[in-house]
Design a protein around this ligand. Structure first.
Ligand SMILES: Nc1nc2c(c(=O)[nH]1)N[C@H]1C(S)=C(S)[C@@H](COP(=O)(O)O)O[C@H]1N2
Ligand SMILES: [Mo]
Length: 256
């Protein structure tokens, strides 16, 4: 069980203990059942019930067919990081590239692109929605982030993944970065994508590796991934709000 789920369950347990009927009244199936409250007493059963109530977060983003693909998938934000380290990697077709995964994990690992391609993958056609008001449908293939997590083995206190990118966004050299929680990280549609529309991921769209976290807006989909750190909070990272755009005032959870 992830710490995130635990904390939610904790909130729910507390709410029920306080007799927060409003919370339960939202759920028809339960509000009609007197027995529910009697049956609730043992802690183990409570845990099962709350798990079930929380299940909707496992919902899937809509997927499309090949006929729906946008003719081109535009680039937005950075389109070719000027960072010399990135440029040198690109010159060698990313053969020297390593994704460093560290922080609150038992098995810190540097993954080559071949390593990432050997992890269990998923291919999906989804719609990308940018806050600036455009959308595009693309076909993504990438390593399941859940599989990478199985390899690095998060410690129980890990709550978030912070994703560091190669591009700086301003004169001060502030790097693009993002963060997601363990639940989104383990979702089956969350990928470290290395292909777009059956081609190697182009530089304009985040080569060699970018995040797909399909139930959120475009700015969460960090491109040019260089490193991932597992943390229990992100207060001391960047401006402390969990992402480059979040530090400028955007929502941290950019649910669609
Ligand atoms: N590293 C990095 N990731 C980024 C951005 C960026 O500028 N730098 N822009 C974000 C925004 S606002 C969007 S909409 C998408 C755009 O992805 P695309 O270039 O493949 O269209 O990437 C997101 N990820
Ligand atoms: Mo965006």
């Amino acid at each position: 069980m992830t710490p995130v789920r635990f904390s939610r369950r904790h909130v729910l347990v507390r709410a029920l203990a306080l007799g927060a009927t409003a919370l339960v009244a939202g759920c028809d199936r339960l509000s009609r059942s007197e027995w529910f409250f009697q049956w609730l007493q043992p802690a183990e059963k409570l845990s099962q019930v709350t798990q079930h109530l929380l299940a909707p977060r496992a919902s899937m983003a809509q997927e499309f067919s090949a006929a729906d693909l946008s003719p081109t998938f535009r680039s937005n934000g950075s389109s070719n990081p000027s960072n010399p380290i990135y440029q040198a990697l690109a010159l060698n077709h990313f053969s020297e590239y390593r994704l460093k995964v560290s922080g609150l994990v038992e098995n810190p690992t540097a993954f080559s692109l071949a390593d990432l391609r050997s992890l269990p993958s998923r291919t999906q056609i989804t719609r990308h929605d940018c806050v600036e008001g455009w959308s595009a449908i693309g076909k993504w293939k990438g390593a399941r982030l859940s599989a990478l997590l199985e390899h690095v083995r998060p410690k129980p206190e890990a709550r978030f993944l912070v994703l560091y990118c190669a591009d700086s966004m301003d004169e001060a050299g502030n790097q693009y970065y993002e963060s997601i929680d363990m639940e989104d990280a383990r979702h089956s549609q969350t990928l470290l994508a290395y292909e777009l529309n059956d081609q190697t991921l182009p530089v304009a769209n985040g080569a060699p590796l970018r995040l797909r976290v399909e139930r959120q807006l475009g700015y969460k989909m960090a491109k040019y991934l260089m490193a991932i750190e597992l943390v229990d909070n992100f207060e001391k990272i960047g401006g402390g709000k969990g992402g480059y755009w979040e530090d400028q005032g955007y929502e941290w959870y950019a649910g669609i």
